[in-house]
Design a binder for this molecule. Sequence first.
Ligand code: ADP
Length: 183
Amino acid sequence: MYVQRNGLTLELVEGDITLQDTDAIVNAANSRLAGGGGVDGAIHRRGGPAIMAETDEKYPEGCPTGSAVISGAGRLAAKYVIHAVGPVWSGGSHREPELLACAVERCLELALDSGCRSIAFPAISTGIYGYPRGDAARIVLQVALDFQDRFQGPALIRFVLFDHSAYSDFAEALRELVPQTEG
Ligand code: ADP
């Protein structure tokens, strides 16, 4: 399913973030950039040790919640991994929506600054971090659409959902935001 406006595409696919051949893929990292389960574990396993070696060297202090840092992508098909630190869900009144939006926006800024024309996101914060998926979907999709409108890029923003139920939640949110969604 996709939305196309002004030559820019936002799309939803069901799949595995580690297999995407976009210029950048986004990792759902933790603030110590210490590796973990879920997306993070899968990216480091498939990408190899070069990714962690680079983040250890460049970002020894880690990365605050609501922000992101960029590294090479080791053996992955992408050129860059952007390590985003989304909020842990703790009820919704601890700035979770704002922190999630800021993390996504920072990823998009880093992608444009590095010359990326395409970027793929997993559903940040909706796994181990417990963010309700429909709410997260509305926030991250709105940020992505607004960013493309403002900066005319990246040309392709793809959300890669790991299973059908995640895809459905994102699809419903995208249809609410953009009724003329196709596919
Ligand atoms: P967080 O700690 O930010 O919640 P997780 O890695 O636990 O991050 O999960 C984020 C989302 O990514 C979850 O919806 C999970 O199902 C999904 N996910 C897990 N592995 C992959 C993968 N290889 N590709 C895409 N999405 C994945």
